[in-house]
Design a protein around this ligand. Structure first.
Ligand code: GTP
Ligand code: SPV
Ligand code: MN
Length: 532
């Protein structure tokens, strides 16, 4: 009665996030995986993981999951079939993809589908492998039962395999949210945004505009992945290949993201959160008092006095997109939605200003290619370390990253009416480490400026890194405790920090053998603008 159709799930304690160091791109040539991916020769990978699969499903139930990524009948859509021994995978895929008969129908007699094989085996960390064979459109995943490692339609297919297909077929598979902003006249403009894992895509996609912005609405099309291609009108059109949200639970509250919370009231799977005594769920930052007693994500008795967090920092909800109060009426449109702006962003305590616009498409590709962010709990690694995460695709690009940059540049030549490209950073901190910008719903104020730029309605200040807003052009109405001076502070560009940044970019670029010359020219131009 409290949570109809919902399920609580706990994964193994050693299995709570994607494992990037155990994720491989298995192309015949090592060079095709590039300098940012782990590589294994296909024959070796099939042999190695084949042995781990051998006999591992004895006595278990095998599930066959036919599914579509993308709206039913859309020219963007693609079919996959996943075999698994995990009922958790089945239930998640039923929410995250269009599963079942629709997929067989869409496939028809075609042999063209992505083959996925998943086995939990012994959930053995030491033998966990997430293997991608882009040349065979095949994915093998073994020894995990968690999220992005095992819901093979998501990161494995819709990003790693799809990015490989997209390059060959002339489209784009990106780690991006898609949202629509409706103005008081009912006109809707669409924006995509690539932020690294756990850096705010779901939150931005479901944003509620502040009260001052009467008549404006934000509509969610997607919160994690976008497939995009040029339309006949010369614009870039995007679909969300997924049909659900696999969202970060901690920090999701009626204050930060009411739309997400309301989406999870029924038919939702909660993974690695606190089970409360009265058969509900709880997590840190839910905005309600913790239960006096509960069971923590590890399955142990827990109270608010317990030294450890009750929910895992990467605990998640899996919820049907159709239940989202702000789901866009266009979210299943087989033609997609036309994109006006592309945002890049990450967690940068000091370097990146709140928002800036690239000079043009190629400069925008440079901005995306040199993105960096402080790492989060979404993958198993040290947290809070700055790393380069180009286009938020570092863990998800299924081929050579240098070739991926070239693909972005080439797409720019093919899109006649190009979206403008921006960089945003909600995460500047003060000397005490506190976030300065209020973020969440107030990010609408920045989106407004971005759309005004797209519509040619507002000027900007030209700086060495791009066009930055004049502080008075960002509407601060009703924003208590945040002044124009505070805003000026987070719009500044510190030349010393950018000297460091440029050094970091130079070191990063040195790793690439396939780096397009255009990106080197962009770096030279940036140095010149800083007088270096
Ligand atoms: P993945 O599902 O891993 O791809 O993550 P995501 O990019 O969808 O991130 P999500 O929206 O779930 O946000 C992750 C974390 O960032 C949560 O803890 C949020 O509370 C926090 N966050 C999101 N938006 C903002 C913001 O505008 N400001 C601040 N300070 N934190 C934010
Ligand atoms: C991410 O890590 O970017 C996610 C969660 O969206 S997972 O599906 O595990 O990749
Ligand atoms: Mn993601």
């Amino acid at each position: 009665e409290k949570y109809p159709g919902c399920l609580l799930h706990r994964t193994a304690i050693n299995d709570v996030a994607r494992v990037e160091h155990r994720t491989f791109i298995c192309t015949s040539k090592k060079e095709d995986a590039g300098p940012t991916n782990n590589w294994m020769a296909p024959a070796d990978a099939y042999d190695k993981v084949g042995r781990l699969f051998d006999g591992s499903m004895k006595g278990r139930t095998m599930y066959v999951i036919p599914y579509i990524m993308g709206p039913v009948g859309s020219p963007f859509s693609k079919v996959g079939v996943e075999l698994t021994d995990s009922s958790y995978v089945v239930l998640n895929m039923r929410i995250m993809t269009r599963m079942g008969d629709v997929a067989w129908k869409q496939l028809g007699d075609s042999p063209d589908f992505v083959k996925g094989l998943h086995g939990k085996a012994q959930i053995d960390e030491e033998n966990r492998y997430i293997m991608h064979f882009p040349e065979d459109k095949t994915i093998w995943s073994v020894n995990s039962g968690y999220g992005g490692n095992v819901l093979l339609g998501k990161k494995c297919f819709a990003l790693r395999i799809a990015s490989h297909m997209a390059r060959q077929e002339g489209w784009m598979a990106e780690h991006m949210l898609i949202l629509g902003i409706e103005d008081p006249e009912g006109r809707v403009e669409y924006v995509t945004g690539a932020f690294p894992s756990a850096c705010g895509k779901t939150n931005l996609a479901m944003l509620i505009p502040p009260a001052y912005a009467k008549g404006y609405r934000v509509w969610t099309v997607g919160d994690d992945i976008a497939w995009m291609r040029p339309g006949e009108d010369g614009r870039l059109w995007a679909i969300n290949p997924e049909s659900g949200f696999f969202g970060v639970a901690p920090g999701t509250s009626m204050k930060s993201n009411p739309n997400a919370l309301l989406t999870t009231r029924r038919n939702t799977i909660f993974t690695n959160v606190v089970h409360t005594e009265d058969n509900g769920v709880w997590w840190e930052g839910m905005g309600v008092p913790p239960p006096a007693r509960g069971i923590d994500w590890k399955g142990n008795p827990w109270t608010p006095e317990s030294p450890e967090k009750g929910a895992n920092p990467n605990s998640r909800f899996t919820a049907p997109a159709s239940q989202c109060p702000c789901i866009s009426p266009e979210w299943e449109n087989p033609a997609g939605v036309p994109i006006s702006a592309i945002l890049f962003g990450g967690r940068r305590a000091r370097t990146a200003p709140l928002v800036y616009q690239s000079f043009d498409w190629n400069h925008g590709v440079f901005v995306g290619a040199t993105m960096a962010s402080e790492t989060t709990a979404a993958a198993a690694h040290a947290i809070g370390v700055v790393r380069r995460d180009p286009m938020a695709m570092l863990p998800f690009c299924g081929y050579n990253m240098g070739d991926y940059f070239r693909h972005w540049l080439e797409m720019g030549e093919r899109i006649r009416r190009k979206p403008l490209i921006f960089n945003v950073n909600w995460f500047r901190t003060d000397d005490g480490g506190k976030f300065i910008w209020p973020g969440f719903g107030d990010n609408f104020r920045v989106l407004r400026w971005i759309l005004d730029r797209c519509d040619g309605k507002v000027d900007a200040v030209e700086t060495p890194i791009g066009y930055v807003p004049k502080a008075e052009d960002i509407d601060l109405t009703d924003l208590e405790g945040f002044t124009l001076e505070d805003l000026r502070g987070i719009l500044t560009i510190d030349a010393d920090l950018w000297q460091e940044e440029i050094k970091g970019i130079e070191e990063y670029f040195a790793k690439f053998d396939h780096l397009p010359g255009e990106l080197r020219s962009q770096l030279d131009a940036l140095k010149k603008r800083f007088g270096i």
